[in-house]
Design a protein around this ligand. Structure first.
Ligand SMILES: Nc1ncnc2c1ncn2[C@@H]1O[C@H](COP(=O)(O)OP(=O)(O)OP(=O)(O)O)[C@@H](O)[C@H]1O
Ligand SMILES: [Mg+2]
Length: 235
């Protein structure tokens, strides 16, 4: 079964097969994801929606390899990340994944430009300074390059976080409510950026959102409820 899926998945970006996630809570084990099977095509945009606590963030965490599945397999371009050790997983993340969280996770003691240079340096990209300058320009913030996160507005910090995630042109971008803390104007700007970068880089976008208008912009909407896939609609 896995062999066949392996062959099929070569054209697919991400394949989840019977994924289960159980974590230890204060009062025993909690079953968080139940038998999730999904195929996500390369370059597509997928909205992940569902009530609070339904498992959306957990789903992104297992796809990034930050959280290990309890059972099941996750194939990314045919490679099974569920059997990788920690070193292999960190290389997988470096080479494939960009993550944008709801809170920006910028390093406070580094300037905007230095924050963007982190993944570039980690990936040993030689002209990281030039690339970081290009990327900061793409998000319209070159005039803020030498500012520290505390000197930037929430919207600006999120644009820097987005620039940092996209700097290495990851094949897969995981965005967990990236506009959750922003006002309407800044949200629109971030979403526009996400979709234009998704198209320019042909990267696969998985976007957790509570906003149905934003979800409708995606190629596909997956609804998670109580750790199950409730609905999977192509738009
Ligand atoms: N480390 C953990 N240990 C135990 N339970 C956890 C852990 N992380 C998450 N959970 C539980 O797993 C369930 C799913 O959490 P998750 O964060 O994936 O939900 P979500 O859909 O992203 O919710 P929200 O919309 O509020 O962000 C919740 O019931 C949560 O309490
Ligand atoms: Mg969440």
């Amino acid at each position: 079964m896995i062999k066949n899926t392996l062959k099929d998945s070569l054209q697919k970006s991400i394949e989840l097969i019977d994924v289960n996630l159980t974590l230890k809570g204060p009062s025993g084990n909690v079953n968080i994801l139940h038998n999730i099977s999904l195929s996500i095509c390369e370059g597509s945009s997928v909205a992940i929606v569902g009530p609070s606590g339904s498992g959306k963030t957990s789903l992104l965490m297992v796809m990034s390899g930050i959280e290990r599945v309890t059972s099941g397999n996750i194939l990314v371009n045919g490679e099974d990340i569920s059997t990788m050790d920690e070193d292999q997983l960190s290389v997988y993340r470096r080479d494939n994944i960009g993550i944008v969280f709801q809170s920006f996770h910028l390093i406070p003691t580094m300037t905007a430009l230095e924050n963007i240079m982190i993944p570039l340096d980690f990936a040993k990209i030689e002209n990281s300074y030039t690339v970081a300058n290009e990327v900061i320009n793409n998000v319209g913030l070159s005039h803020r390059s030498h500012h520290y996160p505390s000197q930037l507005s929430g919207g600006e910090q999120q644009r820097i976080a987005l620039a940092r995630s996209f700097a290495v042109r990851p094949k897969i971008l995981l965005a967990d409510e990236p506009t959750g803390n922003l006002d309407n104007e800044n949200s629109k700007h971030i979403i526009k950026l996400l979709f234009s970068l998704n198209k320019q880089n042909m990267s696969t976008l998985l976007l957790v959102t509570h906003n149905s208008e934003i979800a409708k912009h995606c190629d596909r909407i997956i609804t998670i409820e109580d750790g199950h896939v409730l609905n999977d609609i192509k738009s």
